[in-house]
Each structure stands twice: as structure tokens, then as C-alpha cells.
Design a protein around this ligand. Structure first.
Ligand SMILES: [Zn+2]
Length: 207
């Protein structure tokens, strides 16, 4: 695997969480198999640092996720990645711009919808900065929509259904922390299924 050092890299803390939640779900042997399959065997038995240093490249990361899907199927991959996203959020929250926390804790006087847009927009900014992506946030017919044309998770592989569970996990946890339960996050378009963007729709759950 030759790696271009200019290519975007996943922060070490996130890679650590993905490996940890892989091991929790599929054991060390399972994780080793996935690492080998994705050409990342040098990470076998290695615990990446708990900090912002760059680790695997975005391409290597997506090879790892592809291998998870290949070996453990969509259901296996989903539980590992959703969990990684949720733990990742909890970890990332402390490092997020204060505006997110302000929006979630102090701007209670704002209408709920406005608060939702604010936290998701701030999160999207932090996500773009961390992962060198150009995602955007818009409002459409009562939904808040996040679109990421250069999704770092699924670029380079293909699945039948939208597959960006890390982002779904991150967004779900963010919204729960900021606004409580009662919202759904759905990925309705995905680069992995041939769409030009990964699109996440956030709306109030009914019933
Ligand atoms: Zn996607």
C-alpha cells in the first residue's frame, strides 16, 4: 500500500474507536482478519493514539470498512460502525467548538428547529475541518439535510443500501445530546450506492 501523504487522514482517536468497537463486536481475531483483508495488517494488535494525530488515510479507512462489509455482511458492519459513531461522538464532543455546547445548553429560548439547525451546522463545520470534506447543511420541508459529496467513509466501495453508519451514529448522538430523543437520522442517498452525495435527513420522529 503506497500512501500519498497529502491525502486526507483519519484522526488517530477515531481510528482507535473504530478498531476498539470492531474488537468489541468481532473479537481480536475478527479484527485481525479485516485488517489483513484491507492491507492494514500493520495495525494488528496496535492501539492508535488517543489524539488528533493523523492515522490511516481516508482510502485505507474505506478499504477497512469495505472489508467489514465483505466479511461480516451489512448487519455485522452496521452494528460495529453505529457503535463507533456513537462512542466517537461522545469523545469528539469535548473537542467541538463551544458554539455546539452553547447551542445545546444555553440557547433553550430558541425554537427547537433553530437549535437543531445550529448544532448540526456547527457539527458539520467541525466534521469538514477534521476530515477535509465539503459537506453542507440545508433545510428542506421541515427536515434538516446534511449532504457530503466526498464522504470519507464510503468513497471507494459499493453497497446495495446506504452504508454510512459512522455518520448516522455521530449525528444521532449529537442530536440526542443537544435536543434529547425524538429525532430520526436517515441516510437517503449514499455514494456507496452510486449517488453523487451521501445525504442524511434529520426530522422529528412521529408517534
Ligand atoms: Zn454514504
Amino acid at each position: 500500500m503506497s500512501a500519498d501523504m497529502n491525502e486526507p487522514r483519519i484522526p488517530s482517536w477515531l481510528w482507535r474507536i473504530v478498531l476498539k468497537s470492531s474488537t468489541d463486536n468481532i473479537g481480536e481475531r475478527g479484527t485481525r482478519t479485516v485488517l489483513r483483508r484491507s492491507g492494514l495488517e500493520h495495525y494488528s494488535g496496535v492501539t492508535p493514539k488517543d489524539d488528533d494525530t493523523p492515522s490511516v488515510s481516508v482510502n485505507e479507512f474505506s478499504q477497512y470498512i469495505q472489508a467489514l462489509f465483505d466479511i461480516f455482511g451489512e448487519n455485522g458492519a452496521r452494528s460495529i460502525l453505529l457503535r463507533a459513531g456513537k462512542i466517537g461522538f461522545t469523545f469528539a464532543y469535548d473537542r467541538m467548538p463551544p458554539t455546539i455546547k452553547v447551542a445545546s445548553k444555553m440557547l433553550r429560548i430558541l425554537p427547537e428547529k433553530k437549535r437543531l439547525v445550529t448544532v448540526v451546522s456547527e457539527f458539520s463545520k467541525a466534521f469538514n475541518e477534521t476530515l477535509s470534506t465539503v459537506g453542507s447543511v440545508t433545510e428542506e420541508e421541515g427536515k434538516v439535510v446534511v449532504e457530503i459529496p466526498d464522504c470519507p467513509y464510503c468513497r471507494g466501495f459499493s453497497t446495495e443500501t446506504p452504508a454510512c453508519y459512522v455518520e448516522i451514529g455521530l449525528l444521532s448522538q449529537l442530536i440526542e445530546a443537544a435536543l434529547g430523543s425524538g429525532y430520526t437520522v436517515k441516510e437517503t442517498k449514499c455514494v456507496a450506492t452510486g449517488d453523487p452525495v451521501c445525504r442524511f435527513e434529520i426530522e422529528k420522529s412521529h408517534g
